[in-house]
Write a protein that binds this ligand. Structure first.
Ligand code: 5HY
Length: 255
């Protein structure tokens, strides 16, 4: 099978990091392509960023569909455009926030989220409510490190570790969810260092998509997530008209 993992921001180094985590989680017989949009924000740290990331994300979902992807991951902790992507895709589409939060509920009674900026914590709480895990989510913390500084700030790793340790020590959480795709490479080390399961949403989402495809299950297309009704889109969005030609991705499906 082939899973397309879309980093909705446009930073190639973050796409590479996401791809490494996704490939490490994928089982034998599962190919992973990690991509990002040609247009959109370099990182997603606000509602404005999130809104402007969605068109590029959807273009990637459409291209992946045309190229035969069996499923998709939306690799951003706000799960931007997830419902719209489910309308476009034939296969399952899973966001890393939903995947990581639901996964954490299998690992203990409570979990805490550690994310980047304080201003994004409201979205994490909102998603916990949307996904029906608000009771198990005991805390959402921010280390106040911008998304792209996760790679460049030498103190980032230790600050995230300290926040995770406090989530366990102060809030007594049984598990931790990393609230940014850019933290994907920290989960294994933090699990050992903190002593509780630390969930990377990229790996969790790939595993869930893989399982759904293996079970022959996908998004229900008879109701809310049926293909969008055809209509005209104007201006910069003209390419999104349903039925408009879809740009082929740079990658080929090699099964
Ligand atoms: C993410 N932003 O996973 C989110 C994290 C966040 O560019 N990729 C981003 O802080 O909301």
């Amino acid at each position: 099978m082939l899973i397309q993992v879309v980093n909705p921001n446009t930073t190639a180094s973050m796409t590479d990091l996401i791809g490494r985590s996704a490939r490490a989680a994928a089982g034998p017989g599962t190919a992973v392509v990690a991509v990002h949009p040609e247009m959109g924000p370099a990182s997603i740290e606000s509602h404005y960023d999130e809104a402007l990331a969605v068109p590029g994300l959807l273009a990637r979902i459409a291209a992946g569909e045309a190229a035969g992807a069996d499923g998709h991951v939306v690799a951003c902790f706000g799960d931007p455009g997830l419902d719209a992507a489910r309308e476009l895709a034939a296969g399952p589409v899973v966001g890393i926030a939903e995947a990581s939060m639901r996964t954490a509920t299998y690992l203990g009674r409570t979990f805490g989220v550690v994310t980047t900026l304080q201003r994004t914590t409201g979205r994490a709480w909102e998603l916990a409510g949307r996904y029906g895990v608000r009771e198990q989510c005991r805390t959402v913390r921010a280390v106040e490190i911008p998304v792209l500084a996760l790679e460049s700030d030498p103190a980032a790793r230790s600050r995230i570790a300290a926040e995770c340790a406090d989530v366990v020590g102060t809030d007594g959480c049984d598990a931790i969810v990393l609230g940014c795709a850019g933290m994907a490479d920290l989960a294994a080390e933090l699990t050992v260092r903190i002593g509780v399961p630390v969930v990377d949403g990229v790996a969790a989402a790939v595993t869930i998509v893989e399982g759904l495809v293996r079970l022959g299950l996908s998004t229900g297309k008879r109701g809310e997530f049926a293909a969008p009704p055809p209509k005209r889109y104007t201006g910069a969005l003209e390419q999104f008209g349903v039925g408009a030609p879809v740009a082929a991705p740079e990658w080929e499906v090699s099964r």
